[in-house]
Design a protein around this ligand. Structure first.
Ligand SMILES: Cc1cc2nc3c(=O)[nH]c(=O)nc-3n(C[C@H](O)[C@H](O)[C@H](O)COP(=O)(O)OP(=O)(O)OC[C@H]3O[C@@H](n4cnc5c(N)ncnc54)[C@H](O)[C@@H]3O)c2cc1C
Length: 414
């Protein structure tokens, strides 16, 4: 591994750094730096508006979706240049959270399967943040096993008529478009009767219902479809080949989630450095130090694992399973770190909101952490992937793999 920039990379870094210094919304830098997993908001302003303005500015100067081709709103940059940009963008990168699904999953899927005309029409406004996209895959009985979904699309003339329900759709309430996985042939085995579409979220018959979370936020939704008409021209990939299209999306999902996963360690270290116990600073307490030391080791393991991926990118290679490992380790670590921070706060740890220690930063982190362990593949699914594809262990038993979908015994089949 070589962590130093090449001459070309150093020049790119300098250019990115000076553009960011001259253009970033510095008035929010401090707040963005202090924001953490589960708590990304700006006081007195709508973060979505600030994020859209920053994304637009980046797009106009050629700094949006760096690795996308120029004709679709990107810069045609190399993967390592994208990583350098992310490092330089620092806290302002947190403003990209609402674009992650569009940029990281829907965009690459459109790029692989939409027509040239559609790519030129839909991708630039997606890159510039003018339009937001969401991913409509999961259903009440199809999450890890997304191929078990039931939302039906039936062909009528040049259109498809869609009926059914999705759930956990992040950002559907502010999205303009979505990619939608449907069942088109219930007589085929579950992976072979699916078809992917993209649709306008304002189409007649689409109803978005917010889900209120334990932390008081409503980041994701139920989306109901009643006789929604989608033109056949908005089909992505062949009829009944939606599973292959979905694999493109899911592969990109794991890459984008895994790349930037938080651990909470930096926040905990800072907290322990200022927290007073009756006999001195928390950071000087041997029990606290022992815990911190364990997490420090894990955090640097994760850091160097991500450096390994970056180094591979720099050499033009594709990163391996590092992303699954990163998400798996960091997901449970952030939960443990937040729990420990609340223990340190004693009885006050049960408070949340502005009156709590650090305005409830660790409380918000604790409530968001389980989501990290579920989104983009649960811990168990990540372990299955690592076991099967990295360690070469025998695969999970899949008894329904070749059975026609409508003959799989299921409770409550409509
Ligand atoms: C924060 C967040 C954002 C999300 N955003 C979106 C989104 O934008 N769009 C979207 O479509 N979905 C989204 N999801 C849904 C997410 O993809 C699913 O929640 C996830 O795939 C798990 O599915 P499930 O919730 O149905 O759980 P299930 O699949 O029912 O799993 C239940 C339990 O069984 C275990 N399990 C399941 N299968 C196996 C197996 N083969 N081996 C071992 N254990 C297994 C799981 O690990 C889990 O513990 C989001 C979820 C979260 C938490």
């Amino acid at each position: 591994m070589n962590f130093d920039d090449t001459l070309q990379e150093a020049a790119f870094r300098a250019e990115a750094r000076s553009w960011i210094a001259a253009n970033a919304p510095t008035q929010y830098e401090d707040e963005l730096r202090k924001s953490s997993l589960g708590r990304q908001e700006l006081k007195g302003v709508n973060i979505l508006k600030v994020a859209k303005a920053w994304q637009k500015k980046k797009a106009e100067a050629g700094w949006a979706c760096l690795h996308w081709p120029k004709e679709y709103g990107g810069r045609g940059a190399s993967p390592i240049e994208r990583v350098i940009w992310q490092q330089e963008e620092g806290p302002y990168g947190k403003l990209s959270a609402m674009f992650i699904i569009g940029h990281g999953m829907c965009g690459p899927t459109m790029m692989a399967f939409a027509s040239e005309e559609q790519k030129r029409k839909y991708l630039p406004p997606l890159a510039s943040g003018e339009k937001i996209w969401c991913q409509l895959f999961s259903e009440p009985s199809a999450g890890s096993d997304v191929a078990g979904l039931r939302t039906r699309a039936q062909k009528r003339g040049d259109d498809w008529i869609v009926n059914g329900q999705k759930i956990w759709t992040s950002g559907a309430h502010y999205s303009d478009y979505g990619i939608l996985l449907t069942r088109t042939d219930p007589n085929a085995p579950k992976h072979k009767g699916l078809t992917m579409f993209f649709l306008d979220m304002k189409s007649e018959g689409v109803e978005v219902r917010g889900i209120r979370q334990a932390n008081g936020r409503s980041d994701f939704n139920e989306v109901h479809f009643t006789d929604v008409k989608i033109p056949d021209a908005q089909r992505l990939g062949a009829v009944n080949d939606g599973w292959n299209v979905a694999l493109t999306t899911l592969m990109n999902e794991r890459m984008s989630i895994g790349a930037g996963v938080a651990t909470g360690f930096a926040e905990l270290l800072e907290f322990c450095s200022s927290l007073m116990f009756h006999n001195g600073l928390a950071i000087d307490d041997r029990n606290v130090r022992s815990k911190l030391a364990n997490w420090a080791v894990k955090a640097s393991g994760l850091k160097y694992t991500s450096f390994r991926a970056i180094s591979a990118l720099s050499k033009g290679e594709r990163p391996g399973p590092e992303n699954s490992i990163g998400k798996l380790v960091a997901g449970s670590m952030i939960q443990e770190v937040a729990t420990f921070a609340l223990e340190l706060q004693g009885a006050a740890g049960v408070l949340s909101g502005p009156e709590a220690e650090l305005a409830g930063k660790f409380q918000a982190m604790l409530l968001r952490a389980p989501g990290t362990r579920v989104e983009g593949g649960t811990d168990e699914i990540m372990r299955n992937i690592i076991a099967e594809r990295v360690l070469g262990l025998p695969s999970d038993i899949r008894v329904d793999k070749d059975v026609p979908f409508n003959q799989i015994p299921t409770k409550g089949r409509p």
